[in-house]
Write a protein that binds this ligand. Structure first.
Ligand code: BG6
Length: 461
């Protein structure tokens, strides 16, 4: 084909993120054929040569089976440039090397991203350049705001791709079809019918050697401020007239602007906890604070729970619980919509005490509906049955999906600047209360179900 070859310039190429997420996503995207070739340039402070970098790219591509001729070509032509990407001089040298349409990927910690963006703003980028930035976007609302201002001097907002890979998960995107392309759910998704909403993302994984990043972030920033608020937005937003970038991101911004802490009180609305030693599926995890690289003085949480309210006509009074924990007894990744009891159950029917629930699983991907019907046995004594459906896997892994957006200059699946700031606005009172130690840091053994003292009681089974 004669399609123009784009250049992907990775800042922070020798870092953990590039190897773990960016390159496998890129490999999958290349292997899918959705990207007609690519020039790949890696850059970082480490003293790597082209060979070492190419090995890293090849290894990462191999993890997703991206080993076709197209991918080998990209790897062979790929180069590594050692540079200080926070200096104008370093960046100027890098840009001089980049031909054609350019995507710059900031695979850097927030502080370094801010400095690199500032240096870049002083020298400018070629027209049409797209910028991709990893989460966390800033470290609080003010830093996110100044980073937004800085980026706005470089390129128009549509060319800034703030990554939240949950927006690339096919199950998360399935919320759009489920809610807006069916007649049966939308009329009951409101405070007249819904008792509460849980968005849970529990992992059995512990720190996995990521102290350098995670110990400075914690569960609230790592999962709730970013991923889970995006899921909430898709679950709670008003129907958009189209799923194109402007409308969808407008609806996201609108619903998040209406979200605030339950009772406006971080002490009531949040819980935090940290895992201690324990065993999960025969795997022994050590105490979080004994993990290499962890600084106990930081008091980083590995589980965060926040209860929000969405102040709109539709949702007034309905609690939304967002919870994510590491080193939990079981993987649990789902949104659960719990409905109120039927308005009036006829006398003579029994066994309907468990509420109806709609569950959307994010891994394994599935949809389930819990209903009270007359199962086996006495037809007047009801049973709860579960109707389930499995979603097929998406065409691309989540990371490949969001990368595709940047290469196709389509910002639909990236986080708009004001939305990133809004997400910080929502969690900031919690961060402040935790810093001031107004909410106790609880402990839970790795492999357990997490703390039991929660505002809404345990997450429904
Ligand atoms: C990442 C977080 O963004 O998302 C990790 O930093 C978390 O801590 C991961 O494990 C979960 O995403 P996935 O794609 O593995 O479900």
């Amino acid at each position: 084909t004669t399609a123009v070859r784009q250049t992907l310039l990775v800042l922070g190429a020798s870092g953990d993120l590039t190897g773990r997420l960016l390159l496998p996503g890129l490999g999958a995207l290349l292997a899918s054929g959705a990207l007609p070739g690519l020039r790949l340039i890696g850059s970082g402070m480490d003293d790597w040569d082209d060979e070492r970098w190419r090995r890293r790219v090849a290894d990462s591509f191999a993890t997703v089976g991206a080993d076709g001729a197209g991918e080998s070509e990209v790897i062979k032509a790929s180069r590594y440039v050692r540079a200080d990407v926070t200096s104008e001089e370093g960046l100027r040298r890098l840009l001089a090397d980049c031909a054609g349409p350019l995507v710059i990927f900031f695979a850097l910690p927030p502080m370094v991203t801010a400095r690199a963006a500032a240096a870049l703003a002083r020298i400018g980028v070629p027209p049409g350049t797209r910028l991709m930035l990893e989460k966390p976007f800033g470290v609080d609302r003010i830093s996110a705001h100044s980073l937004n201002n800085l980026l706005a001097t470089l390129v128009p907002e549509e060319q800034v791709h703030r990554i939240d890979h949950f927006l690339g998960k096919s199950t998360v995107l399935n919320l759009l079809g489920l809610r807006f392309a069916n007649r049966i759910f939308e009329p009951v998704l409101n405070s007249a019918h819904v008792a509460c909403v849980d968005i849970v993302f529990d992992e059995t994984l512990g720190l996995e050697g990521r102290a350098g990043y995670y110990d400075g972030a914690g569960a609230l920033t790592d999962m709730v401020q970013s991923h889970l608020l995006q899921v909430l937005a898709l679950l709670a937003m008003e129907p958009p007239p189209s799923v194109r970038a402007q409308e969808l991101r407008g609806r996201t911004a609108q619903v998040l602007r209406a979200a605030r802490l339950w009772d406006d009180d971080p002490v009531v609305a949040s819980r935090r906890a940290r895992y201690t030693a324990g065993e999960i599926d025969g795997r022994r995890l050590r105490n979080y604070i004994d993990e290499p690289g962890v600084d106990p003085a930081r008091r980083t949480e590995t589980l965060a729970e926040v209860v929000l309210t969405v102040d709109t006509w539709r949702w007034a009074g309905v609690p939304f619980r967002l919870r994510s924990g590491k080193a939990m007894s079981a993987v649990r990744k789902e949104a659960i919509i719990t409905f109120k009891q039927a308005a009036r159950v006829p006398d003579g029917l029994t066994g309907y005490e468990r509420p109806d629930r709609l569950r959307i699983g994010f891994g394994p991907d599935c949809l389930a509906l819990d209903l009270n019907i007359n199962g086996p046995g006495n037809p007047f004594d009801l049973d709860q049955v579960r109707l389930t459906a499995d979603f097929g896997p998406g065409e691309l892994p989540a990371y490949g999906e969001v990368l595709r957006g940047a290469f196709e200059a389509d910002p639909t699946l990236s986080v708009r600047g004001d939305v990133a700031e809004e997400c910080w606005r929502i969690v900031e009172p919690v961060l402040a209360a935790w810093r001031a130690d107004e909410v106790p840091l609880q402990e839970y053994a790795a492999g357990s179900g997490g703390p039991v003292d929660t505002l809404l009681g345990p997450v429904p089974e």
